[in-house]
Design a protein around this ligand. Structure first.
Ligand SMILES: Cc1cc2nc3c(=O)[nH]c(=O)nc-3n(C[C@H](O)[C@H](O)[C@H](O)COP(=O)(O)O)c2cc1C
Length: 204
């Protein structure tokens, strides 16, 4: 009866393992859709989503993280409401994940130091502009000098970007899973509170 169906199809424990597997594989492989989730946060007035690059997965502490610019608008939003969701979808796997939790903005601490040291030369470019991301500007521009635009800066020169760099961690509180299948979709919910895991099926 379950021919051609994955082993996690009717198994909540296997679904949970598959979730962490997808995150770990997505972290490493930039060609996979799980590498670039949509990060959604909002204040009382509105919520908004934006693509980010998944930079870390911690299965022990149940947290995931990405890098950002401390001057960006999402920081102001998270300061007023730290609750956020990361939305993932892999068309080949036919799996959607909505991962929600509390965020922590790391700035000039051991976590940012470690991450900054590992950032590639090219990635540092994002943090080398004088103006705030999202600031109004009268001409079309990257906001970078021609040298930085052309990656003509030394590692030493790029260190100034550290003052704009932050690491946004999401401490996972819940995960919602949706698996699309012609023979019947499956939807599940996982609650991760106080080191305990509650799992249940939902109607898709
Ligand atoms: C492929 C791709 C990857 C991106 N990665 C990041 C990222 O890791 N961190 C980030 O802050 N913004 C990233 N961005 C830019 C964001 O989508 C967004 O435009 C920017 O962070 C400003 O958002 P905000 O004004 O809501 O703060 C990425 C955009 C694309 C298209």
């Amino acid at each position: 009866m379950l021919k051609n169906k994955p082993d996690y199809y009717n198994d909540l424990d296997k679904v949970y393992l598959k979730i962490w597997d997808l995150l770990k594989v997505g972290l490493k492989n930039r060609d996979l859709p799980f590498h670039i989730p949509v990060f959604i946060c909002g204040d009382k007035q509105k919520s908004d989503g934006r693509i980010v690059v998944l930079r870390g997965v911690d299965t022990k502490e149940k947290k995931i993280w990405f890098h950002s610019d401390i001057r960006s608008n999402k920081i102001k939003i998270l300061n007023s409401n730290p609750e956020a969701t990361l939305l993932f979808y892999d068309k080949n796997e036919k799996i959607q994940l909505r991962i929600s939790g509390n965020t922590k903005i790391n700035y000039q601490n051991n976590i940012t130091k470690k991450s900054w040291e590992k950032t590639a030369h090219m990635s540092r470019q994002c943090y080398l502009g004088d103006k705030d991301p999202g600031a109004n500007i009268s001409i079309p521009t990257s906001g970078l000098t021609p040298e930085v635009d052309n990656l003509k800066y030394t590692k030493e020169e790029s260190e100034i970007g550290y003052k704009n760099f932050c690491v946004i961690e999401t401490f996972i509180k819940s995960i919602e899973w949706l698996y699309l299948a012609a023979k019947g979709h499956r939807r599940a919910h996982f609650s991760l509170k106080n080191n305990s895991l509650e799992k249940k099926w939902l109607i898709p």
